[in-house]
Every structure is written in C-alpha cells, then in structure tokens.
Design a protein around this ligand. Structure first.
Ligand code: HEM
Length: 403
C-alpha cells in the first residue's frame, strides 16, 4: 500500500471533492463509526445526509444561538465564575456536551451536573474510539471500553430518549400535537425516518454516539485553542485588546484564524474506490491511501500570505477561500456543524445584531466577558492520550463579572 500526501490547497480541494475517493480515516474506529454518516459513500451517504440535513437548517441555527445556547451557557458558566476559575478543557467539554446532546436528541432528564458528567465520560470514550487511529493507548483495550460505554449509553440515555420521542411521534400521528411540538434533533428525524432508510437499532446507537462525539470533541478543543491564541495575541498586541473584547465581528475573525491553524482533525484520509489520477499526476489504486494534510494546506502561503504559520486576525485571505481554510472539510462530507460552530463568514458590511457568529465565538466572548485569563500559577498542559495536538488541561482564572 502506498500513501500519497496532498498538502497544497488546490490538490486537497480536488481530492475531497473527488467522488471516487471514499472516507478511510475511521477504519480503525469501526467499533463506533461503522455505518455512520461520516464513513458512508456514494448513494448511501447522499440518502442519509439528506435525511439528517433536516436538522441543520439556518433558521434553526439562529434559534439555537439566541435561545438554546444562552440557557445552556448560563447553567455551566455561572458556577465556574463563582468559583473563580476552571479548567477550560473540562469546561469546554461540559458546555458543548449539553449543546450537542440537544442537537443529537439525547435528553438529560435529571438535569444535574452528575448526569452531564456521566454522559461526558461516555462520550470521551466514544471520541477515543472514533480517533483510534491517533490513539497512543492499547487499541484492543480502547475497543473493549467503547463497547461497554455503548451498552451503558443505550440503557441510561438512548432508550429513554427514544421512548419519549416515539410517544410524541405517535401523538402527532393521532393529531393530538402539531409538527412544531416535536423535538428538533437528529434522533427524532431518524425515528420518523420519512425516507424509509434501513436503520437497525445498533446503527442508530452508533449514529447518535457519533454525533455526540463529533460535535462536542471538536467544539471543545477548538474553543480552547481559540482562547489560547487570543490570550497570546492580546499579550503581544495590547492595542487590539479593546477590539477583541468589544467587537464580536473581530472576535469571530480571531476564532476563524485559530480554526485555520488547528483543524480538529489534522488530516483527512481517503481510499480510492477505483484507479484514480490525482491532480499532482500520481496514480492511486484501491490498495492505496490518499492523505489530505489539512494542517499543512491551511498554512499555504499563496492563499494565506507569507506569515501563514502564525496567528494573525488581521490576515487578508486570497479571494475564493475560507478564512478557516479546510478545517471543516469540503465536498460531500463537508461538516454539517460548520455554520453552527463557525457561524457565517462576514463578507462586506453585516449587522452584528442579526449576524450568526457561531457557538465557538459566543463561548469565547462569554468567557472573555467574565474576565478569563490563564492562571499564572498553573500553566496549561498538552494532552497525552492522543497524538493530536490538543490541550489536556488549561487552567484559567476569572477576574470580572459576566457581562
Ligand atoms: C470546530 C468544530 C468542528 C470541526 C473543526 C469539524 C470538522 C469536520 C470535518 C473536517 C468533517 C469532514 C471530515 C472528512 O471529510 O473526512 C466533519 C464532518 C462532520 N461533522 Fe464536523 N466539525 C466540527 C463540529 C461539528 C458539530 C458541532 C457537529 C454537529 C452538531 C458536526 C457534525 C459533523 C457531521 C455530521 C459530519 C459528517 C458529514 C458527512 O460525512 O456528510 N461537526 N466535521
């Protein structure tokens, strides 16, 4: 087997859009990823994506940013600010856990911190399973832990969430409630299954578990990376401090810039379904691997300028490219959570009152408004459980009131 690496933006774009290249990064993580949207190919992928896309409409994102998010944030942020500090990594996981659970359709009926912790522990195990290819631990051991976590998840969270939704779907069929009374989430869409796709119970379980980890892991890590970049930028550029704290459109640029430098997955892998000629001229066959190096492509100087390696929120990006580069992928597998997390890119004059900033910018904004700053007595540490360049601990202290 040969591996061909593509690290230039045009080659990466062409590969991610090539219909003869199928997903292969999660082959090792089948225990959680088998049959999920991200690994499907061709018609099966198109049909599932169309069904699930019903949840990802822009009108819903707006409702989410203005209604669901502030409630979830207040529940988690208030107590940590009152304590005077927190570990950003833990905080990020806790808040994004609740947000992603709402999106996926997993109820937390008790609404206690213990319940969130229990779900979080399960989802951390799912994440490790999905990114098994990058794990530094014994892979068989991780698989056994994922299987146990799936069984526990099914009993504690999934079956009660299914039961509540099935009762509501039956009420709708009897005309007792209206369409708008149904929860708007992935589980409800899959249970109604209006497109009559084949979705056996074990697949449904993996699909929802995949959503929980895809949404929470990436959002939490990206939030910590963004704050780290912003803390460093404010220390080196005090003249931008006021703008960062007071201009949410500039803050969103900071977040997009950080997303560019820290793609949640530094690579995308694809396997050819037939012999393919790549834009570089290389010929690849079904035994080969095409590795799209998102990390390096996002640092292309011809697109992002001579200082592409560095964080610079004033950067001018070449026309036709996203400020966050390929961090959310492109082509048929483009991230479904892109607008939810990254918001819309402000092109030209936009009204901050109605602009969609995305969950990460809103989270960073709330933390900065509470006076979050790195704890000088407890420096941040890198994660050791994965080869991915994430933070393992990031202690911060709060010096202000929530604005
Ligand atoms: C910073 C946050 C996020 C990043 C960087 C990110 C990144 C990505 C990338 C790169 C892909 C494509 C992978 C590939 O082509 O191999 C992807 C797919 C996906 N993402 Fe995200 N993601 C984020 C947040 C989310 C959230 C919040 C959700 C859900 C609420 C989500 C749901 C999905 C789904 C469902 C797919 C599969 C799409 C498909 O295969 O058709 N993501 N994501």
């Amino acid at each position: 087997m040969a591996t061909v690496t593509l690290d230039r933006i045009p080659d990466a774009l062409a590969a991610l859009k090539n219909e003869n290249l199928a997903q292969s990064l999660y082959d090792e993580g089948k225990v959680i990823m088998d049959g999920t949207l991200l690994v499907l190919h061709g018609e099966a992928h198109r049909a599932r994506r169309m069904l699930e896309f019903r949840v990802f409409r822009r009108s819903f994102f707006r409702h989410y940013e203005s209604q669901v998010f502030p409630r979830a944030l207040a529940e988690v942020l208030g107590p940590v600010v009152a304590r005077g500090g927190c570990d950003l990594v833990e905080f990020g996981y806790r808040i994004t856990m609740n947000l992603t659970a709402d999106f996926a359709g997993i109820d937390r009926l008790a609404r206690t911190p213990q319940e969130t912790e229990a779900l979080l522990a399960l989802v951390m195990t799912f994440s490790e399973g999905a990114t098994l290819v990058h794990s530094t631990r014994d892979k068989e051991q991780v698989r056994a832990e994922v299987r146990a976590a799936l069984a526990e998840f099914d009993r504690l969270f999934l079956q009660p969430s299914i039961a509540r939704r099935e009762a509501l779907i039956a009420s709708l069929a009897r005309g007792e409630i209206e369409e708008e009374d149904l929860p708007r989430d992935v589980l409800t869409v899959l249970l109604r299954n209006e497109d009559r796709l084949e979705l056996p119970p074990d697949l449904l379980r993996r699909e929802i578990a995949f959503y929980l980890q895809a949404g929470s892991h990436s959002t939490a890590n990206s939030t910590v990376h963004a704050l780290h970049n912003i803390f460093q930028w404010m220390a080196a550029h005090p003249e931008d401090r006021e703008r960062i704290l007071g201009d949410p459109l500039f803050l969103q640029r900071c977040v997009h810039e950080s997303l560019r430098l820290h793609p949640a997955s530094p690579v995308a892998w694809r396997k050819p379904v037939c012999p393919v000629r790549l834009p570089t001229g290389a010929e690849v066959g079904t035994e080969d691997r095409v590795e799209v190096d998102l990390w390096t492509a996002n640092r292309s100087r011809d697109v992002f300028g001579e200082d592409a390696e560095l964080f610079n929120p004033h950067r001018v990006v070449a026309p036709g490219h996203e400020p966050f580069g390929l961090t959310f992928g492109t082509g048929v597998h483009t991230c479904l959570g892109r607008d939810l997390d990254g918001g819309l890119v402000a092109r030209g004059a936009v009204d901050p009152a109605t602009h969609a900033f995305g969950i990460i910018t809103l989270l960073v904004k709330a933390l900065l408004a509470a006076g979050a700053a790195p704890d000088p007595r407890d420096p941040p540490q890198r994660a050791t459980y994965t080869a991915r360049p994430n933070w393992g601990r990031y202690p911060v202290i709060f010096s202000g009131a929530i604005a």
